[in-house]
Design a protein around this ligand. Sequence first.
Ligand SMILES: NC(=O)c1ccc[n+]([C@@H]2O[C@H](COP(=O)([O-])OP(=O)(O)OC[C@H]3O[C@@H](n4cnc5c(N)ncnc54)[C@H](OP(=O)(O)O)[C@@H]3O)[C@@H](O)[C@H]2O)c1
Length: 249
Amino acid sequence: MNRLKNKFALITGGTAGIGFETAKQFLQEGATLAITGRSSKGLHLAKKKFGNDVFLIKSNAGVIEDQKALAKQLVDIFPKLDILYINAGDVTHKPLEKWDENSFDQVMNTNLKGPFFLIQSLLPLLSESASIILCGSVSAQIGLPQSSVYAASKAGLISLARTLSGELKGRGIRVNTLSPGPTHTDAFKKFGLDQEQEEALVEEVKNIIPLKRMGSTLEIAKAAVFMASDESTYMLGSELLIDGGVGNV
Ligand SMILES: NC(=O)c1ccc[n+]([C@@H]2O[C@H](COP(=O)([O-])OP(=O)(O)OC[C@H]3O[C@@H](n4cnc5c(N)ncnc54)[C@H](OP(=O)(O)O)[C@@H]3O)[C@@H](O)[C@H]2O)c1
C-alpha cells in the first residue's frame, strides 16, 4: 500500500471517471495528491468525496494561461513533482463533415497543446526521477469512424511521450503513454453526438472489443499506479495499452 509513498502527484481531470479512480488509488498508495477539474460542480463533488485529503485546483486543460497558473499554484503547495498524470481530455466525436475550425481547435487545445505547455510550465518543479503519464487512447491505433480529430490528438501525445523522453532523460524524467480502450465512464455522453449517433457508435465500439466487454476505471487506474511508481523505471517513451485487446488482437 506504499508504492507511491513520499511522492507528490498531480492528476488533471481527477474529479470524475478514470482520473477520479486513479486519484483514489494514488492516495491508497501513499501519494500526496493534487487534482484539477474544469467545472465547479465536479470540483464540489470531489471535495465531498476526498475532503482535505487532496488539493483541488480549478484549471481548464485547454487554456494555455491556465497551465502556467496551475504550475505556479503547485510550486506554492509542493516542494517537487514526482508524478504528472495528464488525464483530462476532450472526447468529442463526429463525422468528418461536421467538424469546423473551432471544434477542431478545442479538441487539440485540450488534448495536445495544453498538455505540452503544462509539461513545459512544470519543468522546474519536476523531480529527478519524475514519471509523466500521458493519457492516450487505443483510438490512435485503429480507424474508428467519427474519431478523426480525437484520435489524431492522442497520436500526438504518443509521439510526445517519445520525443520528450528523449529530451528529458538526462534529468531522469520518463514520459510514457497509458492508452485505455473503451472504459465505463460518462465520457460517451460527452461525445457531442445525438442519441442515434451515440447508440451507433457504442454498438460499433462493443463489436471491436475482443474481450467483449468495456474496461473498468479500476483496471486503468491500476496500470497508472504501476507507471507512476518505481516499478516502471525501465519504461521510457513507451505506450501501455489497457484496452481489452482492441489494438492488438
Ligand atoms: N472512457 C473511455 O472509454 C476512454 C477510452 C480511451 C481514452 N480515454 C481518455 O481517458 C481520459 C479520461 O476520460 P474519462 O472517460 O475518465 O472521462 P470523464 O469520465 O468524462 O472524466 C473527465 C474528467 O476530466 C475533466 N475534464 C474534462 N475536460 C477538462 C478540461 N478541459 N480541463 C480540465 N479538466 C477537464 C472532467 O472534469 P469536469 O467535469 O470538471 O470537466 C472530469 O474530471 C480522457 O483523456 C479520455 O480521452 C477514455
